[in-house]
Design a protein around this ligand. Structure first.
Ligand code: ZN
Length: 463
């Protein structure tokens, strides 16, 4: 069996990956807080850990990997977006508005991540569905002396966990000196963090032994990973920006609640993303969402390729130039593998991915296969990176494939202008729409574009 080596943030070394149970390899990745569209930086961990998921499935078998990624659907930012709608005159209750906001955001997230070719995880738990397990875990922490209740809040007692700071390599005293902590009257120590907080009438809340309230963010992931993957599991992933305090707090909670277990054994963090050499920010005008790019006509597969061309532990720079190059490469490869039966993935590609998910090396190996003319190997190997899959390929259909249909529609329309019978035009239009082709007819002419559900086989049948 292939040995996968992963850089473990916990030990700061590259280690051979040995799962607790090869029959059920378990991975947890922190998911989005669902209050808005995913921006370009949010898409990176999704594609990185999707590629790891594909590699694990290849090595251990598709049925022997369990991947959980949460939706944080209780958060002050969600409440704020709902409150804005209410203030704008929406007559519905805050509860209804919050529900609407989280539902629509989860729908967007699924559509956008599907477009990037990311497989859906086995579990996508929502925080609001795990309030009971969170309350139980908090009660256990209080009983063990690791947490305390004060004024409707429950706080984690950071000084009760001697390894606090080990994951991110910080000492508690340095953190206090760095003044990155909030002092509050209900805290014994400024480092202590919130496990539970009281909710006002307008805010979402649940009954608890400490009054009506809602969970803090960190306890979610500890409770949900425990419920779905157990007290010890294999891999925990997320963006580097989550390492402190979020992951540090997850470790503290989980290891104190289940001291007999190891919690996550391998921690993986992806570096951040920039745009054209600058930090993405709304004030710089270089902030965009995955959907913005898709709407501008950048195919999801191209975005995925650009993400994967930089190793996940290096900062990545999104540039329009890289997107253009990626598009040209994918177009060439798609032409090459068209109609070809996939063979076996190349050893060179598996080797690169197994070396701490060296996706840049894997892409270089794909170029080698392309140069060698190995279309069957290229197709099978690209699949391991989630590239060249049929369902993502609509965009790469060349204009010439549509040309006969453009001509037919134009002549049918010209005919209909004299006969006044538009039925043949409408019939062809609906057949094209049925094949997932977007039909745009104007005075200027006829435009056909592959839509999201484009099906090349159905188009072929219309010829
Ligand atoms: Zn988390």
């Amino acid at each position: 069996m292939v040995t996968i080596r992963l850089h473990n943030s916990k030990t700061r070394t590259k280690e051979a990956f040995v799962p607790l149970d090869p029959e059920n390899v378990r991975m947890y990745v922190c998911g989005p807080t669902v209050y808005d569209r995913a921006h370009l930086g949010n898409g990176r961990p999704v594609v990185v850990f999707d590629t790891l998921y594909r590699l694990l499935r290849h090595v251990y078998g598709a049925d022997h990997v369990t991947y959980a990624r949460n939706f944080t659907d209780v958060d002050d930012k969600i409440n704020a977006t709902a409150a804005t709608r209410k203030a704008a005159g929406d007559p519905r209750s805050m509860e209804a508005l919050i529900h609407e906001r989280t539902e629509e955001t989860i729908g967007w997230y699924h559509a956008d991540m599907d477009a990037l070719g990311a497989l859906r995880p086995n579990f996508e738990p929502r925080a609001t569905e795990y309030i009971g397990p969170m309350v139980a875990m908090i009660e256990g922490l209080i009983a063990g002396g690791h947490a305390y209740a004060k004024d409707g809040h429950v706080l984690f007692r950071v000084r009760s966990y001697k390894d606090y700071g080990a994951l991110s390599g910080r000492s508690v005293d340095d953190m206090i000196a760095g003044a990155r902590v909030e002092v509050a009257p209900f805290k014994e120590d400024p480092m202590d963090f919130v496990l539970w907080k009281p909710s006002s009438e307008e805010e979402p809340g649940w009954a608890s032994p400490w009054g009506r309230g809602r969970p803090g963010w960190h306890i979610e992931c500890s409770a949900m990973s425990y419920e779905l993957l157990g007290a010890s599991f294999d891999i925990h992933g997320g963006g580097l920006d989550l390492q402190f305090p979020h992951h540090e707090n997850e470790v503290a909670q989980s290891c104190c609640a289940h001291p007999e277990a190891s919690f996550a054994r391998y921690w993986m963090h992806n570096e951040m993303l920039q745009v054209e050499g600058k930090k993405m920010s709304k004030s710089l005008g270089n902030f965009f969402t995955v959907r913005d790019l898709l709407d501008q006509g950048v195919p999801g597969e191209v975005i995925r390729f650009v993400y994967l061309s930089t190793h996940y532990r290096k900062p990545m720079d999104w540039t329009a130039e890289k997107a253009r190059e990626a598009e040209a490469t994918l177009r060439k490869w798609r032409e090459m593998v068209s109609g070809v039966e996939a063979g076996e993935p190349a050893a060179s590609v598996i080797e690169a991915l197994s070396d701490d998910l060296n996706t840049a090396g894997a892409i270089a190996a794909l170029h080698d296969l392309s140069r060698a003319g190995d279309a069957a190997g290229l197709k099978a190997s690209a699949k391991l990176l989630g590239l060249l899959e049929d369902r993502l390929g609509g965009w790469a259909i060349t204009i010439t494939d549509f040309a006969p249909f453009v001509a037919r529609l134009a002549s049918l329309r010209a005919e209909a202008m004299t006969t006044k019978d538009f039925a043949p035009v409408d019939a062809l239009k609906s057949a094209l729409t049925e094949a997932g082709v977007e039909v745009r007819m104007s005075k200027a002419g006829v435009d056909l574009l592959p839509g999201p559900g484009f099906d090349p086989a159905k188009l072929e049948a219309l010829k």
